[in-house]
Design a protein around this ligand. Structure first.
Ligand code: IVH
Length: 663
């Protein structure tokens, strides 16, 4: 095939593929089968491989071509991406209408009504019709450059279609996941033992803020436009007309958007969707009502936070009545025992709910929820439903008051009160052990990929693992007894477990799950005490000297470290070869301690801290005589004054960058 022939076939294939993408994703009306589509796509991939000089940024193959990034670049929004004011009642909407009428000295305003899509706001910049940049909203002024991730979304045109393509237009809209795709994704994650997304918004945001675009490409994301930012060479009269253009350019526009003559029609739209919201295939948490005539927008203006020409009416969280069939006790990973109401299932905000948290025993007592009671429930923040109150008028007298258990409901071990929380004291409790294993495997601790919830469940229930140390004596053969775990995955998990032996000491310390020892405290302890024996021998007073540790915390830590079980576990881990000592990094900053105050222009304070540590230096959180350098950024805090009092060496960012070899 000649270059000319390849070029013309490539162009034809691109046209065909984008056309079928459009039919499938935007119009929901495909003409060809998936196999036929794949065939076209593969042909294009092959041709581009043979003629790489013909690859263009708007080729459909480029939707997934980008390599993983190490971080996102910052993007400044020329026109800030504002937020919306909220309305919760009809009165709020009427007040909004009155404010507008007063400001415009008119008694008639037409509105445009849209759903408030619940995903992630993004901005797409098109120059001469070509998608050149996509970014997140961020704080409204600065966002993250996620162009390569957004390219993977089929409802985002890589090149605008139609006859009215302006030289510049910034399209703003929402990226989201369809509800059924969200549920399927969570189902899949549950199977794999991966953490679930709390709601479709988190799933969309998590998928877009992925460093590896190929991960984003696997998530089923959609985009729908609702506004514009920077624009040159075209004007729109109304919001409706702007969205008509979007349709022509190839976007999928929400088909339910409606014009309203006056606020009462807009209120009718809001009411209609309040009761019909569960019929929508996408996540919406309200409706947005906008003045339709764009010429009025600059007259109305914006506040620092939100425009005055639009308002978001939030759907009320659905509350329903149901019956408490039982009250059970759940044991969490730290041993806390939580009362949970088992409910006669009800559908709430589109999901079936059959249990609700009662938080703790103080709450249970204050609410006086009894077994057999009728209660009002609501889904809090889309996930954990909660009991709002008891319908005492419905009591028959046969309801049963449930007392806190006198022993752990999972292991039968002893329990003790810690404030409102009852805790299981047996650290070998299977419920706690499962929690501990998940904590041990978590990213901040030993970071063992593949050791998720369902695997942990099996390992504990089958008796294969009796404590954290037991992970390291698991063989591949042991792992192969796990139902549905393929040999490749078993081998990979085995390797990941073994590789975790190399994690630094502070991670081991954090992984032990000692109460009050979070990641930061583990780091500081490792840094100051250098090894496990010093920490085990430390007294309350020794610990109080450590940054961020008060008497109360010091006492809790020392007590936990006295526990025979903890000491036994540490000994086993030591024998297995895990790191029990802080490694000294020898580097240009060895022996030097830094303190940062104010914000740095070139990096975050935490990145600066990591940089210092990677070069052998130490970072302190507060100023003392032991500090060698105080690095001062803009808007420094009181640390600067204190440093001056102590006569410490104070340097600016520029000098710091020179010291670390970045200048
Ligand atoms: S208009 C100037 N329309 O809501 C503000 N926003 O609270 C322009 N959102 O960050 C926003 N659906 O992510 C607008 N139909 C819609 C929307 C919508 C969802 C989100 C958007 C924005 C947030 C504002």
């Amino acid at each position: 095939m000649t270059l000319e022939e390849a070029k013309s076939r490539i162009e034809e294939l691109r046209r065909l593929i984008e056309y079928h993408n459009y039919l499938y994703y935007v119009l929901d009306n495909p003409e060809i089968t998936d196999e036929e589509y794949d065939k076209l796509f593969r042909e294009l991939v092959e041709l581009e491989k043979a003629f790489p000089e013909l690859i263009t940024p708007d080729s459909p193959t480029q939707r997934v071509g980008a390599p993983p990034a190490t971080q996102f670049a910052q993007v400044r929004h020329e026109v800030p991406m504002l937020s919306l004011d909220n309305a919760f009642t009809h009165e709020d909407l009427i007040a909004f209408d009155q404010r507008i009428k007063r400001a415009l000295s008119t008694d008639k305003v037409n509105y445009y009504c849209e759903h408030k899509l619940d995903g992630l706001a993004v901005s797409l910049i098109y120059r001469d019709g070509l998608l050149v940049q996509g970014s997140t909203r961020g704080d409204g002024y600065y966002g993250e450059d996620v162009t390569n991730n957004l390219r993977t979304i089929k409802t985002i045109p890589l090149r605008l279609k139609g006859t009215h393509v302006p030289p510049l237009i910034e399209i703003r809209g929402e990226c989201f996941m369809m509800l059924k795709d969200f549920e399927a994704l969570n189902e899949e994650r549950m199977q794999k033992g991966e953490p679930l997304f709390a709601n479709p918004r988190n799933a969309a945001a998590g998928s877009i803020r992925q460093l590896d675009p190929s991960v984003t490409a696997q998530r089923k994301l959609y985009f729908m436009p609702y506004g514009f930012g920077a624009v040159e060479g075209i004007t729109f009269e109304t919001q409706e007309q702007f969205l008509e253009h979007c349709k022509e350019w190839g976007f999928r526009v929400n088909e339910h958007n409606t014009k309203a003559k006056g606020i009462h029609e807009a209120i009718a739209f809001a009411d209609y969707w309040t009761s019909h919201r569960y019929e929508l295939p996408f996540p919406a948490d309200g409706v947005v009502i906008k003045v339709n005539d764009l010429a009025l927008w600059p007259v109305l203006g914006t506040t620092a936070r939100a425009p005055r020409y639009a308002i978001a009416y939030k759907f009320p969280a659905e509350e329903k009545e149901t019956r408490v069939e039982d009250i059970i006790f759940q044991v969490g990973r730290t041993g806390s025992i939580t009362p949970v109401a088992l409910l006669t299932p009800v559908v709430l905000d589109g999901a079936t709910v059959s249990r609700a948290t009662l938080h703790n025993f103080d709450y249970l007592r204050a609410m006086d929820v009894r077994k057999g009671d009728y209660v009002k429930v609501r889904r809090a923040g889309m996930v954990i439903p909660e009991v709002l109150g008891v319908l005492t008028e419905k009591r028959s007298g046969n309801e049963v008051i449930v007392e806190p258990p006198s022993q752990c409901p999972v292991c039968g071990g002893p329990v003790m009160w810690e404030g409102a929380y009852l805790k299981c004291m047996n650290i070998a409790c299977p419920a706690q052990l499962k929690g501990h294993l998940l904590h041990w495997a978590s990213r901040d601790a030993m970071d063992i990929d593949g050791l998720g919830e369902s695997l942990v469940e099996y390992l504990v229930d089958s008796g294969l693992v009796k404590d954290v140390a037991g992970l390291y004596t698991l063989s591949i053969a042991d792992l192969l007894t796990v139902p549905r775990l393929a040999e490749r995955s078993a081998t990979k998990i085995y390797q990941n477990i073994q590789a975790s032996k190399e994690r630094p000491f502070f991670k081991v310390l954090y992984g032990l799950g000692i109460p009050r020892v979070g990641l930061k405290t583990a780091q500081v302890l490792a840094e100051q005490f250098r090894n496990m024996d010093n920490i085990l021998n430390a007294t309350v007073d020794d610990l109080i000297g450590v940054e961020g540790i008060g008497r109360d915390t010091a006492e809790v830590i020392v007590k936990a470290l006295q526990s025979y079980k903890v000491r036994e576990l540490i000994n086993k881990l030591r024998a297995l070869g895990l790191k029990m000592e802080q490694e000294r990094i020898e580097g240009p900053l060895s022996g030097l301690t830094f303190v940062f105050t104010g914000s740095l222009a070139s990096m975050s304070r935490s990145d600066a801290g990591k940089l210092v540590q990677s070069l052998g230096g130490k970072v302190a959180g507060s100023v003392s005589k032991r500090v060698d350098f105080v690095v001062v950024g803009s808007d420094p805090g009181s640390k600067l004054e204190r440093a001056r009092e102590l006569g410490l060496k104070i340097i600016d960012e520029e000098e710091f960058l020179k010291m670390v070899g970045r200048r």
